[in-house]
Design a protein around this ligand. Structure first.
Ligand code: FMN
Length: 211
């Protein structure tokens, strides 16, 4: 077992109280996102984006739409995590970049374009739910990577889905192709904060099922 990874999974906790005097350096944030960018995704389409909020007024607006949870303003940085429901679509800049990269690496040939278009469309575009599932599952993996990356860099995080989705979309002018699976508060633990013992987790036998 890799001890470092075990420590990271144990150390990551959802932190309710952040140090309001300690900012996250820009380079640390970039390192965190760069690490999380290694997340796998369907056809490597990487259908995620982040809005990075540092500005107090913006965070106050967000807090008012997120059950008034104080951690939204107490954390120096809050990500609005965006899941791109159209990330599989022909013409999307990342879809096209991905295609070019696959040609460059030789993992696809020019004459496989129709196959690729048909594959992504038939997997992810047979219903609105399929669009959403594509975006949400991939971006969920990315969000988890962000949290572990943050832990590895000495940062603390708190995922938040207690918010008014449509109000957040409207307030922050988020285009319709995005669903917002989660907000992520990022910062440092409030000095002197004593954490409760870690929460219970399902065991192997509770997780594994058969039908
Ligand atoms: C997608 C997601 C959304 C969450 N939303 C909230 C939230 O809105 N408010 C909150 O206090 N905790 C929220 N949590 C934190 C969970 O309660 C927490 O992860 C869980 O109790 C386990 O605790 P731990 O993260 O410290 O291990 C959320 C967690 C996840 C993964």
């Amino acid at each position: 077992m890799n001890k470092a990874f075990k420590e990271i999974t144990k150390k990551r906790r959802s932190i309710n109280f952040f140090d309001t005097d300690k900012d996250v350096p820009e380079q640390t944030l970039i390192n965190m996102v760069d690490l999380a960018a290694n997340t796998p995704s369907s056809f490597n389409l990487q259908p995620w984006n982040l809005m990075v909020l540092r500005n107090v007024e913006e965070k106050e607006k967000l807090q008012s739409l997120a059950w008034d949870q104080p951690k939204v303003t107490e954390a120096p940085v809050v990500f609005i995590v965006l899941a791109d429901k159209k990330g599989w679509e022909e013409g999307h800049p990342i879809f096209e970049k991905n295609w070019k990269e696959m040609l460059k690496s030789g993992s696809m040939q020019t004459d496989q374009r129709d196959w690729f278009l048909n594959a992504t469309s038939s997997f992810y575009n047979w219903s609105d739910d399929a669009n959403l599932a594509f975006a949400a599952k991939n971006t969920g993996f990315f969000a988890m990577s962000l949290m572990y990356a943050a832990t590895s860099l000495g940062l603390e995080t708190h995922p938040i889905d207690g918010f008014d989705h449509e109000a957040v979309r409207k307030e922050f002018k988020i285009p319709d192709n995005y669903w917002v699976p989660v907000l992520l508060a990022v910062g440092y633990k409030k000095p002197g904060l004593e954490l409760h013992p870690g929460k219970w987790r399902k065991t192997y036998n509770e997780i594994v099922v058969s039908f």
